[in-house]
Design a binder for this molecule. Structure first.
Ligand code: FAD
Length: 318
């Protein structure tokens, strides 16, 4: 079932959902199942599975030459979606990026998803890979998420890349897109970012999931800006409980977000990460309660591979 159908069937009740990462290459999927299992009692209608494109590494040979090698550390998003769907009888949302895909590879990935009965996809551009200073699309790939969304919308209308192909079946994907309450780091300002977000909706995105934030005012202002710009689709806030002191620098560096003074002070005062986890859980519960009271359709939690804090947040709320 589509994410948007779940949202409208909830009849005003806030739903619970979360995101998982594919296991690192060579790891057993049982660890992932073990992380998902404790969260199933809170009845998530859908689970997101992230996509991780290849990275380049340089291996030094005995003769001194450097060899550029491509590695994918977390493959398997499509297979993992199908495995989670079968194991837990829950809808899955594979993340699909422009990065690393030509248009034809995108089409083929979408056909696989369609055959597997997966009705949802979160369409993203993807970040630049570590060895590149800015995002570089594949030679025949998409430069922006809005272009990827347009391709998926075309397939939903039965229009494939080969326009001469006859008797094509229309797919029926519900398309999610990313939104940034604190602005995407490359956008010159909030207004420009919003115009591109609107373009993604106009091209067929059905709902927005936000980047994580720790100050609800950021979300409320973002939502106001979206509504004023004529964006009417559901907006799902993304949240993450703090789990380690090191995240005070890692999260702003990775996700370009601000952490409120009160939270920074509480975390800095913690003697160890057990205390940080407790602070993180309490902060996340308070954030979630306020967002629920505001009437958000769903709360989406970023697990980043660990589910215990999310289980404790969910136990207090759902
Ligand atoms: P876009 O919407 O294409 O925007 C990228 C930038 O370009 C923005 O600054 C935007 O303002 C600007 N822009 C957009 N359109 C245009 C245009 N036509 N002309 C000029 N500028 C334009 N990354 C992964 O690799 N795998 C994942 O699984 C993943 N999951 C994510 C889940 C969520 C909920 C979020 C919020 C992010 C996720 N990301 C993931 C990270 C995401 O790929 C990066 O944030 C990426 O840098 C931008 O992706 P986007 O889809 O928002 O890009």
């Amino acid at each position: 079932m589509k994410v948007t159908e779940h949202l409208s069937r909830a009849d005003g009740k806030t739903l619970f959902s979360f995101e998982v990462l594919p296991p690192r290459k060579g790891e057993n999927i049982q660890n992932l199942f073990g992380n998902i299992e404790p969260l199933m009692e809170f009845k998530p209608p859908f689970i997101d599975v992230t996509y991780h494109r290849e990275e380049y590494v340089y291996r030094k040979h005995p003769n001194g030459f450097l060899e550029k090698k491509t590695v994918r550390k977390r493959p398997g998003t499509v297979g993992i979606c199908a495995a989670i769907k079968n194991r837990f009888d829950v809808d899955t949302v594979p993340h699909l990026t422009c990065g690393g895909f030509s248009k034809e590879e995108t089409e083929n990935a979408l056909i696989d998803l369609h055959f597997l009965g997966i009705d949802n996809v979160l369409a993203l551009r993807g970040d630049p890979i570590k060895t590149e200073p800015h995002f570089v699309p594949e030679p025949d790939g998409h430069a922006y998420a809005s272009d990827l969304i347009e391709q998926i919308t075309c397939m939903n209308h039965g229009r494939y890349l080969d326009e001469e192909q006859e008797d094509t079946f229309p797919t029926n994907f519900c398309i999610g897109t990313a939104g940034y309450p604190e602005k995407h780091f490359e956008a010159p300002n909030h207004g420009a970012d919003l115009r591109y977000l609107k373009q993604k909706i106009d091209r067929g995105a059905d709902y927005i999931v936000t980047q994580m934030f720790f100050d609800n005012e950021q979300f409320f202002n973002f939502e106001k800006r979206c509504r004023a710009a004529g964006i009417t689709v559901p907006i799902i806030p993304g949240l993450k409980p703090f789990t380690a002191k090191s995240q005070l620098t890692m999260l702003p560096r990775t996700f370009y977000l601000n952490i409120p003074d009160e939270l920074v002070d509480s975390i800095q005062a913690c003697p160890d990460n057990t205390a940080v986890r407790q602070v993180g859980i309490e902060w996340c519960i308070n954030q979630s309660r306020e967002l629920m009271a505001h009437g958000v359709p769903c709360l989406h939690y970023y697990s980043m591979g660990k589910s215990e804090s999310i289980r404790r947040v969910a136990a207090a709320l759902f």
